[in-house]
Design a protein around this ligand. Structure first.
Ligand code: GDP
Length: 434
């Protein structure tokens, strides 16, 4: 979701404008330097396009000189934002602080939408025109108080959003049954598993244009729902020469992952976990897809092997301790019915979104109970958090300093404890104000 930061010197009406955009009639908090407000990010939307609105009013720290303070605030905001909404008081005209902000914004090279506020009637329209002199483009005459002109201004904001990055998944494929990549090194039982699930149900073979030659998907009903198994030709093919070659296997796995939403990595418990098993798991994590770990040939397991298997899993797969596990036997059909709930869990985690308000309250609680460790004598603060994306979930923490890896891992662990995200990788990145 694009981030829009509202910047400007105190008293130009930033808070009123924020309230106007999010459509709430909250008491307008005065822009008092040095006052940090609790919430600075809001979920907003215009023309059905969602964005995160950041109110920088609360970022003001005591730095000598108003212009310097406002410029610093603008600099930070510009770093964090996709679009900057620069608010100027049209009735006052251009001040030193406004000029300082302009210089900062020009350096930052982010799209700027200039709002000429307090244009409550025809009288002030001429004042707004004067703001062309700032040299940041067209001033949009608005009245944050009465709502006048804010529609045109928001049109310009939405217009300035960065182009959506090319989705990794073919948008045509976005609809229809959930897509599964069944992965694993040769002989772990992929083909047997596929036969087992397909035998019980009608299978529709679906040729895929434009992917690996002779790539074939199969639609299989499982648990009352249709699933699309990706590139089953690569699994069912009887000549294994290609699979033996590492390079082709990795490539084929990568191509399947590109089109999948969730991957089942199948492993063979009759043998020690192999490096190749771990590599496939890593490949799934890198791809950002949902993950289910399936341990096959459970019928072969005896007490001793079971003991060592637990150790191997703890040691080698600790990085994906969040992935649901199923212990199956393609031969006997053991626990095959557990596959569907695991897939559903993983997909749900992969698709989950936490609303910004809820997320920020949660972050506040975490920081209160476990503050980020100080670094170089300074205690980093988390100013706010937003979930920028799902499929897979991606969180951005806006901070005043570097958060140690340990602390980010702590946040991820706590996120998982409180919100689930089971079966999905979770990305957490930082944007630092310095
Ligand atoms: P793929 O290369 O991953 O597709 O593996 P296959 O499905 O061809 O299976 C490799 C071998 O493992 C075959 O001999 C299967 O009969 C055997 N196999 C598959 N699943 C099981 C299972 O659950 N238990 C046992 N004991 N053997 C299995």
């Amino acid at each position: 979701v694009p981030v829009v930061a509202v910047v400007g010197r105190p008293n130009v009406g930033k808070s009123s404008l924020v309230n106007r955009i999010i459509g709430r009639r909250e008491a307008v908090v005065e822009d008092v330097p040095g006052v940090t407000r609790d919430r600075v990010a809001y979920d907003a939307e215009w023309q059905d396009i969602p964005f995160t609105l950041v109110d920088t009013g609360g970022w003001e720290t005591s730095v000598s000189g108003l212009a310097a303070m406002v410029a610093r605030q603008a600099e930070y905001a510009a770093q964090a934002a996709d679009v900057v909404l620069f608010v100027v008081d049209a009735t006052v005209g251009i001040t030193d602080a406004d000029a300082a902000v302009t210089r900062v914004l020009r350096r930052a090279r982010k799209p700027v939408v200039l709002a000429a506020n307090k244009v409550d009637g025809r009288m002030q329209e001429a004042d707004a025109l004067e703001l062309w002199n700032l040299g940041v483009g067209e001033p949009y005459p608005i009245s944050a108080l009465h709502g006048r002109g804010t529609g045109d201004m928001l049109d310009a904001v939405v217009e300035a959003f960065p182009e959506k990055p090319e989705p990794v998944i073919d948008p045509v494929e976005e609809e229809g049954p959930p897509r599964i990549a069944l992965l694993g090194r040769p002989n772990v039982g992929k083909s047997s598993l596929l036969n087992r699930v397909a035998d019980e149900e009608r299978v529709v073979v679906d040729s895929v244009a434009g992917t690996t030659r002779d790539s074939v998907d199969e639609l299989i009903e499982l648990g009352g729902q249709t699933w699309k198994f990706i590139d089953t030709a690569g699994i069912r093919r009887r000549y294994r020469a290609l699979q033996g070659a590492d390079y082709y296997a990795t490539m084929r796995t990568g191509q399947a992952l590109e089109r999948a939403e969730v991957a089942v990595v199948l492993m063979d418990v009759s043998e020690p976990l192999a490096e190749q098993d771990i590599r496939v798991v890593e490949q799934v994590v890198e791809s950002g897809r949902g993950l289910v770990l399936a341990f096959n040939k459970w019928d072969t397991l005896d007490e001793e092997r079971r003991y060592y298997l637990e150790k191997e899993i703890d040691r080698q797969l600790s990085r994906v301790s969040w992935a649901p596990r199923v212990n199956v036997s393609a031969r006997t059909g053991r626990h095959m019915e557990k596959l569907v709930p695991a897939l559903e869990t993983s997909l749900a985690g992969w698709n989950q979104r936490i609303p910004t308000g809820q997320l920020n309250n949660w972050v506040k609680d975490q920081v209160a109970s476990t503050p980020p460790p100080a670094r170089g004598g300074k205690q980093p603060k988390i100013l706010f958090a937003t979930q920028a994306d799902a499929r897979p979930p991606h969180f951005i923490l806006f901070t005043t300093g570097f958060l140690e890896d340990n602390y980010r891992r702590f946040i991820e662990r706590r996120l998982r404890e409180d919100f689930g995200f089971e079966g999905s990788p979770v990305h957490i990145s930082m944007r630092i104000r310095e």
